[in-house]
Design a protein around this ligand. Structure first.
Ligand code: HEM
Length: 568
């Protein structure tokens, strides 16, 4: 039906008229010449822009450089290009659109932090944004006009009221308890460490957002949300296959979803993917009669004041899960890989923890200032294999900008290549070695780096991660507890041989994590084991007030909505 409408809209009668007047051959020739001239003019403009923009491989008409992309992990390719052209900025054409890749910390700081007012927008993101939540989600928000910037400031403010620096201090108690449960669960089923980290990260944001903890590592909300996040995360990594190929040929996105298998189910088919599910969860949490406040209640309370639409409420609530569960758990999995591959880095950490904390209790937030090596350890985890490996979503300038004489046109897709930034030999010698000493004050292994944190894991400027404070406090505590409590060693196979690990074996997503690997996780001593058990029981009882069930499942939610519509 929709296809028929599409064809009806085409001016076919003009074509019929032309053929009868000039003959079919001449009409086809005329069309061919017009298209060829159009392509030529477009290509001339591409080459004109290319002459002004940062260097990069030569683009072809229409397809640009898309087909020279590698099958996976393009960030490694962009790092290589940056070395080849000996420049921190690379221009790479995705179809007819130039994208700029920043491969160096100092340039990223110069553009995205110091010129934050210019690089505060997002570019057109067809697959991730337009076929997803669009401009209803802060993450995608384009901020070219003053009205858009006002809306952006408002949505960031509302996000900060949920997970801003001051707010997240209020969450420390239950975050601490959830982290104690990680250690408790690891005693029982250490081989399921991935599930324990995912449960922890999902539960923390679920309590914040919906007032409900996630106690069971097999709760479908964890796998469903994390699967959706893995799908979403693959939708912003430039690629030469569908669905990402639509960024090269945007016209293909216009075909109605039912007739476009290359859309992989993206785009409107009645409802936007994912989003109404989170609205339903938020509505359910808002209706919960308990006195405990949660972010959903806050959103519904503030909605009239800020004129929030249901889609915005859905995105604000959903971002907690979307941005906060996969990222935080993947970081902890990376930490385990680092500990397994670089056991020598655990020794100074144990010495520090034994001296400051002892065996009868686990570390707490109050110990932070007395555990400088542990803080350096966490920073190195963030640096070594940053989860948001291309810095999350791209930035875009709100006006034409020049850097070192190169033009970066308004609305260009500008991406910080964190992989290259964090592996620069000048800033991080021997970059693939996990080495917390890089972050120890005055240590010979430390080097200057722009910004006070020493890493760029959470992005830049006005778009810097809104959940950074929550992620950092939770990662520090869970990591400190993990190192304090456990020996992380090689797993043995059936023949008693050590199972090796590969520090480059990572997934291919906007958020990356190590592919599954085997490792042995055992308590460091009997006293520590007893402390973990004690604290785990106490945490379970403290968290009991957040126990509860949701009636929604992502996997059945849309079926139910559609079935209801059909039977109405
Ligand atoms: C280890 C954990 C995390 C990492 C590494 C991380 C990283 C990032 C990065 C790189 C960006 C893009 C920044 C930019 O465009 O410059 C981002 C954006 C964002 N993050 Fe996170 N994130 C983490 C956890 C969280 C958590 C726990 C939340 C909330 C609960 C969160 C909420 C957001 C939001 C809302 C944005 C979009 C900001 C905007 O577009 O203005 N993140 N994050």
């Amino acid at each position: 039906m929709a296809i028929e409408q599409l064809f009806e809209a085409l001016p076919l009668h003009y074509l019929q008229h032309g053929i009868s007047k000039f003959g079919a051959f001449n009409v086809v020739l005329g069309l061919f010449v017009t298209v060829a001239l159009g392509v030529l003019a477009d290509y001339a403009y591409m080459l004109y822009l290319r002459s002004k923009m940062p260097p990069g491989p030569f683009p072809l008409p229409i397809i640009g450089n898309t087909f020279s992309l590698p099958d996976t992990k393009p960030w490694i390719y962009f790092e290589t290009l940056s070395k080849k052209y000996n420049t921190p900025l690379i221009t790479f054409w995705i179809g007819r659109n130039p994208t700029v890749w920043i491969n160096d910390a100092w340039t990223a700081n110069e553009l995205l932090d110091k010129r934050a007012g210019i690089y505060c927008s997002r570019p057109r993101m067809l697959v991730f944004a337009e076929l997803g939540a669009g401009q209803n989600n802060l993450v995608n928000l384009i901020t070219n006009s003053p009205a858009e910037r006002d809306r952006f400031r408002m949505l960031r403010k509302i996000t900060h009221q949920g997970v801003g620096i001051q707010q997240v201090k209020r969450y420390r108690d239950f975050q601490n308890d959830e982290s104690k449960i990680v250690a408790y669960d690891l005693l029982k089923t250490p081989e399921d460490y991935v599930a324990h980290f995912e449960r922890y990260a999902t539960s923390v944001v679920s309590i914040i957002g919906f007032g409900r903890r996630v106690g069971d590592p097999k709760d479908p909300i964890i796998t469903e949300v994390i699967n959706v996040m893995h799908l979403a995360a693959s939708l912003n990594v430039p690629g030469k296959e569908f669905p990402m190929l639509m960024e090269t040929f945007p016209v293909l996105a216009k075909v109605p979803t039912d007739y476009a298998p290359w859309k992989h189910g993206l785009g409107r088919r009645g409802k936007h993917r994912g989003h109404d599910f989170f609205y339903a969860l938020a509505e359910e949490a808002n209706a919960n009669p308990s006195d405990d406040d949660n972010y959903s209640k806050f959103l519904f309370r503030e909605a009239p004041k800020y004129n929030l639409t249901p889609q915005e409420i859905s995105s604000l609530a959903g971002n907690l899960f979307g941005a906060g569960s996969d990222t935080s758990s993947s970081t902890l999995i990376t930490a385990v890989l680092a500990m397994r591959a670089f056991p020598e880095t655990l020794i100074p950490a144990w010495q520090e923890l034994d001296r400051v904390v002892g065996s009868n209790r686990s570390p707490s937030f109050e110990d932070d200032l007395n555990l400088p090596y542990m803080r350096a350890f966490m920073k190195e985890v963030f640096r070594w294999r940053s989860v948001a490996i291309i810095g999350g979503q791209p930035h875009a300038p709100v006006q034409d900008d020049y850097y070192n004489g190169y033009l970066i046109p308004k609305s260009t897709w500008v991406q910080g290549n964190v992989w290259a930034i964090h592996r620069n030999e000048r800033d991080f010698p021997d970059p693939d070695r996990f080495n917390p000493n890089r972050f120890m004050k005055d240590h010979p292994d430390s080097r200057p780096f722009p910004g006070e944190k020493g890493y760029m894991t959470f992005g830049w400027g006005r778009r810097v991660c809104s959940g950074q404070a929550l992620a950092e406090q939770g990662t520090w505590l869970t990591l400190a507890r993990l190192v304090w409590g456990f020996k992380i060693e090689a797993a043995k196979d059936a023949a008693g041989k050590e199972v090796p690990v590969d520090i480059f074996d990572y997934t291919n997503g906007l958020n990356m994590r190590p592919n599954v690997f085997k490792v042995s996780i055992q308590p460091r001593s009997e006293a520590i084991r007893q402390a973990i058990l004690r604290e785990g029981e106490q945490a379970l009882s403290d968290l009991a007030r957040f126990e509860g069930e949701t009636k929604y499942r992502m996997s059945t939610f849309y079926q139910n909505v559609w079935n209801k519509k059909i039977t109405k």
